[in-house]
Design a protein. Structure first.
Length: 45
């Protein structure tokens, strides 16, 4: 995630759309349950 942010911010014109789309469609799906668990922890009374 950190490396992707670095590329998106500093190497904007070097981004290959097909690679970015693959990251968005495949790799972020793995993060969804982890992010949801964090949200649930933060919103518990």
């Amino acid at each position: 995630m950190i490396a992707l942010r670095h590329i998106l911010v500093h190497e904007y014109y070097g981004i290959r759309p097909e690679i970015l789309w693959r990251i968005i469609t495949k790799h972020t799906a793995e993060l969804k349950p982890k992010i949801q668990a964090l949200i649930d922890q933060l919103t518990e009374p």
